[in-house]
Design a protein around this ligand. Structure first.
Ligand code: M6R
Length: 581
């Protein structure tokens, strides 16, 4: 959460570049933003509440700048709470959480006139005191970092010397190299238009950017370290909305091609992944939110296709199961961003007990991918809308492929997926979208919406609920089709819309039970059924049915958001990459 971006160099475009590049990180947080720039007059700070894409900033001759796009954690959405924070001669932007900040804030309250409610300002205060006591920036940062409990990435400017200092523990920071400027950001898209040559800052490392030079140190030993320049493959165009009004619809439509890209995995990597799974004493698949639902679908695939029981746990719930993660455990992490804090914490634990970390992630350069023994790339290109769509189907695709690889039926799995991808290509067309929009119009004002699915469509019912909730703010809930009658059916009233996934006999019986109590049924299935009031057709994808069934719901959610006047790309209270616990 929170995008941070810094630029140093010889060109006097640092602030303009930070302002422009931060817009590409807006999906990390869009409550408020701010930029600190250094020109011949010193460091000046501009802050605004609201989205940076709607903000303005005056031109300047700055040769250094740091910026921040905020997702509020400590303190509300106010100008005072927005970054950068200045205390004395120190200016800080921060991503992450300083968990024990209050104990330091209380101690410093007589000495420092705190302006904000944030944990971040306390970092600036601690650094200021260190500098006042005669420490160098490097010493101050080393000491203050050792006081912080929690995951963080910070960029710091000191009045006393040019350059930008950066420290990372748990939250990403990547440097962009080349040309007359050097960049440092929480995500590559911030500087992708300028360079694709990067250095990764790892945990407990510090960097000092001065001009186009960068020095690196290990924070724990104080030793200088060398970094290798790495060229990353990112496609600028796919990080752009193009002709579409929103990233969400662009990314939904891209599934015509992205599923085929996800299918196209390196067979040696698949084999290495499967060998690690077969060797393991136990398999845990973890993820958060939508990725957790992809993990659940994968659990069904392994059971149905490979006759193998795997354990699926939401990453934030792993604590209770930690004792089962042992040296012979294979931990499979599913994550679009590869930076989600709840996942990275489990990864760190798994590493500490020598368990094998495997991953399925869309960002090949992410912390998760770099921590994995085998990292399968989802390959769907940058996903910018907060609501995950093309990454979800990419993850489900790979889960399905892995189950087949585990069952030694890889070629058969490949055939099913290729057929599904071709059918999805035919299914997504303007008429299909118009039909779904017409259904969205009928139910746009509903307060409640329920979704049911059986077997591998149960995780899709849960995912459907997330999709509808996060962009339309309608109260949507997913259930296992057979579970509804054990309680939730009491919620059904005359006219309550219920989405029914699938057309097997038992699910249709459940749909009939709902309809008898007044529900209006929207069926998503391969065949039209008499119980359906509305029908969204999906192709038959055999056991890969979850893959095709989620797409009409993504389109429906998008239209709900528009019809209800919401921005589907940046829903309230959310951020794309959740790097705080
Ligand atoms: O980057 P990740 O896949 O690890 O993110 C996990 C969740 O935060 C994410 O899937 C979230 O649930 C999405 N907003 C859902 O659309």
């Amino acid at each position: 959460m929170c995008g941070i971006f810094g630029v140093t160099g010889t060109a006097k475009t640092a602030a303009d570049n930070v302002f422009a590049g931060l817009k590409n990180l807006e999906y990390r947080g869009y409550d408020s933003w701010g930029v600190a720039l250094r020109d011949t007059e010193g460091i000046q700070i501009t802050k605004q509440v609201g989205k940076i894409s709607e903000g303005t900033m005056e031109g300047s001759d700055a040769y250094e700048a740091v910026g921040h796009s905020r997702w509020a954690t400590h303190g509300g959405v106010t100008l005072d709470n927005s970054h950068p924070h200045r205390v004395g001669g120190v200016v800080v932007v921060h991503n992450g959480i300083f968990e024990n900040y209050l104990s330091y804030k209380t101690k410093l309250e007589d000495e420092i006139d705190f302006k904000s409610e944030t944990d971040s300002e306390v970092i600036a205060a601690l650094l200021h005191i260190e500098i006042q006591n005669g420490s160098s920036p490097q010493e101050a940062l080393t000491h203050v970092s050792s006081l912080i409990e929690g995951r963080f990435a910070i960029l710091v400017m000191f009045d006393s010397m040019p350059g930008i200092w950066a420290v990372r523990r748990g939250s990403p920071l990547i440097l962009g190299r080349g040309g007359e400027q050097t960049y440092i950001a929480s995500d590559i898209p911030a500087f992708l238009e300028m360079t694709n040559v990067v250095n990764y800052l790892d945990d407990n490392q510090m960097a000092y950017l001065h001009g186009v030079e960068v020095d690196f140190w290990d924070l724990l030993t104080g030793e200088e370290i060398e970094k290798r320049n790495i060229e990353v493959e990112w496609d600028i165009e796919s990080a752009d909305k193009g002709e579409h009004p929103h990233f969400m619809i662009k990314e939904i439509l891209e599934q015509k091609e992205t599923i085929a890209r996800a299918i196209n995995q390196d067979k040696e990597q698949i084999d290495a992944f499967t060998t690690a799974l077969k060797k393991a004493g136990g398999i845990y698949i973890i993820g958060c939110g939508t990725a957790h639902k992809a993990a659940m679908a994968t659990e069904y695939f392994f059971a149905q296709i490979a006759g193998k029981k795997v354990n699926v746990v939401a990453a934030s719930e792993v604590e209770s199961f930690k004792t089962f993660i042992r040296p012979n455990t294979a931990l499979v992490c599913i994550s679009q961003s590869g930076e989600t804090a709840d996942i990275m914490e489990v990864v760190e634990y798994a590493e500490s007990v020598d368990a094998t970390v495997l991953s399925i992630t869309n960002v090949a350069s992410s912390s998760l991918a770099r921590a994995s023994t085998v990292a399968l790339p989802v390959k769907v290109g940058p996903e910018k809308a907060v609501a995950s769509t093309k990454a979800t189907t990419g993850q489900i695709t790979i889960g399905f492929l892995l189950a087949h690889a585990y069952a030694d039926t890889f070629t058969k799995g490949l055939g099913i997926l290729l057929g599904a991808a071709a059918n999805i290509n035919d299914m997504i067309n303007p008429r299909y979208e118009e039909h779904i929009e017409s259904v969205a119009k009928k139910f746009k004002d509903t307060e409640n919406l329920f979704i049911i699915g059986r077997a591998s469509l149960y995780p899709i019912a849960l995912e459907a609920a997330i999709k509808i909730q996060e962009v339309s703010y309608i109260h949507a809930q997913g259930f296992a089709a057979g579970e509804l009658k054990h309680g939730p059916i009491a919620l059904i009233e005359e006219g309550t819309p219920c989405i029914v996934l699938g057309d097997d006999q038992e699910t249709i019986s459940n749909a009939t039970e709902l309809k008898s109590r007044g529900a209006v049924i929207i069926g998503i299935s391969t065949t039209e059924q008499p119980v359906f009031d509305h029908w969204l057709r999906v192709p038959d994808a055999e056991l890969a049915q979850p893959l095709v069934s989620i797409i009409p719901i993504q389109i429906l959610s998008y239209h709900f958001a528009l019809l209800r006047g919401h921005d589907p790309d940046m829903p309230r209270n959310l951020a794309k990459s959740v790097t705080v616990k």
